[in-house]
Design a protein around this ligand. Structure first.
Ligand code: PGA
Length: 250
């Protein structure tokens, strides 16, 4: 059984005060939600305050990125140990904004993923094609390359989550169509099953312009095991509607 995961990726948004307010507003609304796991990924600076205010709730904490060394002279970087120390359960790696703006390659993503696993974190690895790759008919080849390279050397995938996020759908208001999502997710599942005997147990999230309006449809597609939500996760009102489109009321 794959428990659906709805994760909020706040990107470079929210101060510590705004983080506290969000969690205090969200928590009481989660009382009638069950059957979904919820995670929030605030900026690094808000992890400690988030950890404090989610105590006693079922909300999991997620970091948006990590470096692969535990300590050392790497100005500006945050290590997996530090993330674990902030009580994170999850960490994201390979987000397309990291790949696009910070030049992260599959090799970097793989190093970060292994560092997260070694530290006991669950890793959400993002993959996805650009618009030109889709237009050139390279979508499946890109996804396969990103999966194989990203998971290179990884034997145990029990703490891996894959997020399919077509780059052209992120922050654009244009989500992929149900057909495109279904095709990509079943392809990702096929590759995972080729690589691992328990490939069926890995959750595959969809991300890219998920909103309360399209979440029910997206989350009901086969092999869509949750969502990674950017813009619509910044307001409690829209985030809770997305959660409730999947979470069964008690
Ligand atoms: P979006 O972002 O929901 O704003 O499109 C998703 C993501 O980048 O994880």
């Amino acid at each position: 059984m794959r428990t659906p995961l709805i994760a909020a990726n706040w990107k470079m948004n929210k101060t510590t005060g705004e983080t506290r307010e969000f969690i205090m507003e969200l928590t009481p609304l989660l009382r009638d939600v069950t059957g979904v796991e919820i995670a929030i990924a605030p900026p690094f600076t808000s992890l400690p305050v988030a950890a404090k205010f989610i105590k006693g709730t079922d909300i999991k904490l997620c970091a948006q990125d990590l470096f692969w060394e535990d300590r050392g002279a790497y100005t500006g970087e945050i290590s997996p140990l530090m993330i674990k120390d902030c009580e994170c359960t999850y960490v994201i790696t390979g987000h397309s904004e990291r790949r696009q703006y910070f030049g992260e390659t599959d090799d970097v993503v793989n190093k970060k993923l292994k560092a997260g696993l070694r530290t006991g974190l669950s890793v959400i690895m993002c993959i996805g094609e650009t618009l030109s790759e889709r237009e050139e008919g390279k979508t499946m080849a890109v996804l396969e390359r990103q999966i194989r390279n990203g998971l290179s050397g990884v034997q145990d995938i029990s703490n891996i989550v894959i997020a399919y996020e077509p780059v052209w759908a992120i922050g654009t208001g244009i989500s992929a169509t149900p057909e495109q999502i279904k095709e990509a997710h079943s392809f990702i599942r096929k590759i995972l099953k080729e690589l691992y005997k328990d490939g069926d147990s890995v959750r595959i999230l969809y991300g890219g312009s998920v909103t309360p309006e399209n979440s029910s449809e997206i989350l009901s597609i086969e092999d869509v095991d949750g969502a990674l939500v950017g813009g619509a996760s910044l307001k409690v009102e829209s985030f809770i509607r997305i959660i409730k489109s999947k979470g069964v009321k008690r």
